[in-house]
Design a protein. Structure first.
Lengths: 518, 518
């Protein structure tokens, strides 16, 4: 399959339908395709080789859609940058897969100086902002105006389409390589699992550098929908856009749904156009669902569970199970049923398949499973065994085949929809010379779902305090990964084999609640 | 993608769900997969090489499903035999792609003698009937009992999955090569275009050697449905099965729907379970639809237009357009909107793209377009140009992007420089109440190149003559489109698929001349 086919179809079948809305800018599919083909021409004129990566460090915008498709149309692959990363993390993700061209918007132009100093691969920066052209940058609109639209390179099938960096369970970012087939088959599987009307206005709420946002762009374009985009999630703006553009569906994380409902003046809004809220990254808790069903009685809620390595859809919990009554309510805590492209099995540490109800590692096989990790043959071999992706998620299948997530194998924390890998935070803490050992866990947080909490054992005679350790962490990792709270203890609970028992640490925080991790 | 993945999923997700019902035999997915894996083992023990073809010459049965999947599981490709073909035609379709193994049931066992004499490739016959084992045959059940289930060969992607012979309407059979990707992507595109519930009982009405029937097997298995099978379409038996097995959907040709409605005792049947009737091969006429909507008010009708070369789905006319009132009624004669895997364009003789409303050849591009014709590089090159399949169908797109079929290109008549679409003339003739069926062809004409000639079958006891029919036509269509001559016959030649064989009708007129081919 070929991801750009959706554009060829749209420009043929509905050239005048609005493709993107970003603030006052509205572009139809003919204009979108023209701009995509011009960006592709510009990228080629800059020497982009087939399969070469193109990065973007920016808030959500209509240009993000143009960037995703323009890079593919040029014959390249996208390497969208996580906007919460520190400069060293960004440089790593560019250099690791040799990304030479980067698009940057106004929000991140201040990082360019240190980024150029640190990155070995970065050679060309395209400025997609609204201000005056920064030094040593090419202007996006000027580039597009200077070239004639290029013909589509028509890369397809198993050819590389994206390198998406994930924190990984080890705390070392890994570039997940996804092909045209991976991402295009995911589109069809998602539509088949959650059928919705075509050509409707839809709101992008999730960041477009995430696999969830990227996959939603591809899906909406395939459905020839109108993609309404805001720079970042803002509940007031989201409500404005739902009213003004008569938004029919959106994809959110549960925290966003919560913030939407809690927005002052929510009850006065006219949200009658809204039909479907897909949500992912975490299951919805029953209190929030109760509120949401009450507040939006005509909206269908659909949970999507996936991960970057599966392009990303693994399972879907259909609208019918979003109820608090009857037999279906038992499935509300579930991640749903496998989509038609995903075979699932649960295995123990030795790779032996487990029976229904038994907790083990979730493994996935199918045509949307990644090509591998960029330049990481060992991690690839560890993740892909006999054709099965070992997801790193612990869970079980119930007797009806519904998937339940129990824990991240390596104790991932989900805070405000962002994945925080505890190892990475622990590694940062451990680099402080007065830290002997530590454990980072997720504890309940009203707004973010979980907050990052650290338990630290100091070196003998050391006296480092919370503030100093926090400042230390902020130098090394993104703000959202830093602990929100730190406590000090004299020892950590260990198993007989000497392994840290995080569930023992988590227990007192979670005793009254069910902790669920996607 | 890998067509057998559907079986791996089904045996994992719903092993005890009924997979096939054929008369008194009911098999669940665990049993189906066991039998598929055993058939694969048997085929391999017979020396089947990777990608080698396996034929089946049989009426519809549960074993047909086992054959389709068993051949793929073994690593082979299917070459299902058209059951209406003569022995020389069958031998041609086996020899052309070197099919050595053939499964044969009781209905066709009498053809084995002459077939073995004629065919050069056929070496092994597996008897899938209920009677005593014929000479020089292997018994299907004995073979399955003798072996242990084989591991799935897991062929996939662009590897060959099927060679399907078409060409009935031109008289030159061609083996359409379809890959795992072609057929598996078609499944997802079909489900996305016409979403229906999973795991429901569905009735196979179309022959399983046809691309329509084969694609429906793959689609139903992916949806983990229960496939209810009858040997051939019988309206009384179909009604029995709908009642007894509480059938929820079926795929039929319009003639089958007509026969269902005309079956004595139809009104007394309890068909409340039926939700969807997909139909293909021909648009439904308004008289039939009126009857059908009246008789089955709770059934959604969905038209599927495709051809073997596109695996087969090209366009779908959704249920909403199956109405006789309002704006949507204008689309009833349409083949619908392109599915999400199909780009469509209409071109003239010179390959120039035409505007909306202009009639030309329908061309299709996308991931379900065939690999090519077996061992026919010239015909393949003629059909696949710059990635576009030239379908041989004439049609146009209306202003809303709905596809309307006009004729087969080869059936178009060029008379005095004017294009005459035989369908249009036939539709005019059919509106005379004494015409039962008819065919309009071009015959040689000294001055105009071709002249419009009609062959008409009258209704029983009707006596309408040439003059009256000509006068009737002149009231409905332009003079140059009206037949120059009309002859009356008692029947018309039909293909195995029930399609009119115009080349047979044309042959006596053109035997000494070369007819230009569009």
């Amino acid at each position: 399959m070929q991801l750009t086919q959706a554009l060829h179809k749209a420009v043929r079948e509905c050239p005048n339908a609005i493709a993107t809305i970003d603030g006052a800018r509205r572009r139809n599919y003919r204009q979108l395709v023209d701009r995509v083909a011009r960006l592709a021409a510009a990228l080629r004129s800059l020497g982009l080789a087939p399969g070469a990566r193109v990065g973007m460090l920016a808030l959500n915008s209509d240009r993000y859609v143009e960037y995703l498709y323009g890079s593919l149309w040029a014959g390249g692959a996208v390497n969208p940058v996580n906007i919460r990363w520190s400069v060293p993390e960004i440089a790593y993700s560019l250099d690791d897969c040799d990304t030479r061209v980067l698009l940057v918007d106004d929000a991140f132009v201040s990082l360019l100086g240190p980024l150029r100093e640190l990155s070995r691969s970065l050679t060309t920066v395209i400025y997609v902002g609204e201000g005056p052209l920064p030094a040593d940058c090419l202007g996006y609109e000027t580039l597009l105006a200077q070239v004639a639209p290029a013909a589509d390179a028509q890369r397809q099938g198993s050819e590389l389409a994206a390198v998406l960096y994930t924190g990984g369970t080890t705390g070392v970012p890994k570039g997940v390589m996804l092909s045209h087939d991976n991402l295009a088959i995911n589109v069809l599987a998602t539509i088949a699992a959650a059928p919705r009307a075509a050509q409707v206005p839809a709101l992008h709420a999730a960041p477009l550098f995430h696999v969830g946002g990227i996959a939603y762009v591809f899906q909406l374009t395939t459905r020839m929908a109108c993609q309404v985009i805001m720079p970042g999630f803002d509940p007031g703006l989201a409500l404005d856009l739902i009213e003004r553009e008569r938004i029919v569906e959106s994809f959110m994380v549960p925290t966003m749904i919560r913030r939407l409902l809690e927005q002052p003046g929510f009850a006065q809004r006219n949200l009658a156009s809204l039909r479907t809220l897909l949500y992912g990254a975490a299951p919805i808790d029953s209190t929030l669902l109760h509120k949401a069903l009450d507040a939006l009685p005509n909206v269908e809620f659909v949970q999507a569970y996936g991960q970057t390595e599966v392009s990303p859809m693994v399972a879907v919990l259909p609208a019918a199970y979003h109820t608090l009554e009857g037999a279906a309510a038992d499935k509300l805590g579930s991640a749903g049923l496998p989509v038609s492209t995903a075979e699932l099995r649960i295995v123990d540490d030795g790779g032996v398949e487990l029976a229904a109800g038994e907790v083990g590692e979730i493994c996935v096989r199918g045509p949307t499973v990644m090509l591998g990790y960029w330049n990481k043959p060992e991690q690839t071999a560890a993740a892909l065994r006999d054709g099965w992706l070992h997801s790193g998620d612990a869970g079980y299948l119930d007797a009806d085949g519904f998937l339940f997530l129990v824990d991240r194998i390596k104790d991932m924390i989900i805070s405000g929809g962002e994945n925080v890998y505890s190892c990475e935070v622990e590694n940062a803490l451990l680099r402080h010379r007065e830290v002997a050992t530590c454990a980072v866990i997720g504890i309940p947080h009203e707004r973010w779902g979980e907050a990052v909490h650290a338990i630290v054992v100091r070196q003998p005679d050391a006296h480092v305090g919370e503030a100093e350790l926090l400042a230390h962490c902020k130098e090394l990792i993104a703000g959202y990964k830093c602990p929100r709270s730190i406590e000090f203890r004299s020892e950590l609970p260990l198993s007989a084999a000497g392994k840290l028992l995080k569930y023992v640490l988590r227990e007192p925080f979670w005793k009254d609640r069910q902790r669920r991790i996607a």
